[in-house]
Write a protein of this length. Structure first.
Length: 217
């Protein structure tokens, strides 16, 4: 019985140690990319494009969290910090499309059609960054998303060789659950980068120097 109790104590210590280590991953990522994050449009360096990461849509319109990202990208565009906007997300089916509603949102805000690029196969953050580099031939990006998500997105982008900075999307505060969810997502990001995982879809190149309308359909 004494040996069984010792075994369970050891297992508990190991489990707690692994949990603590896992919780440290997004914290270390945040520290690593903190010099490249800002909440000020004026402070961010000029880049080729603003990268709007996907989120939920409701009845064909961007959810509040996605609208916040789009609004920040519009501010970057109108201030001359970027000349293009790359919208990435899950647009892989007729029944669900995260990118087309953002395109309409950007057009309504006065963004020129040729400056809007759509990535319909950005099924996760890693795929979005990989495809930005390989499909859209991006060199420099300003990544736009909420505070809980930005360190992981920026860490992946810079590990893939992109000259990336990040702007925190203006709006409501992130919930504790969203930060907790970053723990497994950040661990997965490390494995994706180490393995140099190739996204499910790549396809032909659509350079950001071209006309974004070619990517709409």
């Amino acid at each position: 019985m004494r040996y069984i109790r010792a075994y369970y104590r050891l297992a508990l210590v190991i489990a707690l140690g692994l949990l603590a280590l896992s919780m440290m991953v997004p914290i270390v990522m945040r520290i690593a990319v903190d010099p490249f994050i800002t909440s000020s449009i004026e402070e961010v360096p000029r880049a080729e494009a603003a990268l709007v990461l996907g989120a939920s849509v409701y009845r064909g319109a961007p959810s509040p969290i996605l609208a916040e990202r789009a609004d920040t990208a519009i501010a970057l565009y109108t201030s001359g910090k970027v000349s293009k906007i790359l919208v990435t997300g899950d647009g892989g089916s007729l029944s669900y499309d995260e990118v087309t509603p953002v395109r309409k949102y950007l057009l309504d805000a006065g963004v020129e059609p040729q400056d809007i690029f759509l990535d319909h196969a950005g099924f996760d953050t890693y795929s979005s960054m990989y495809r930005a580099r390989e499909v859209f031939l991006a060199h420099s990006l300003t990544i736009v998303t909420q505070d809980f998500h930005l360190p992981r997105a920026l860490w992946i982008a810079r590990r893939l060789g992109l000259d990336a900075h990040g702007v925190v999307a203006a709006g409501g505060k992130s919930s504790p659950y969203e930060y907790v969810r970053e723990i497994p997502a950040s661990i997965k990001a490390i494995f994706d980068v180490i393995a140099n995982r190739q996204p499910k879809y790549l396809g032909p190149a659509f350079p950001l120097s071209g006309n974004g309308e070619a990517t709409w359909y």
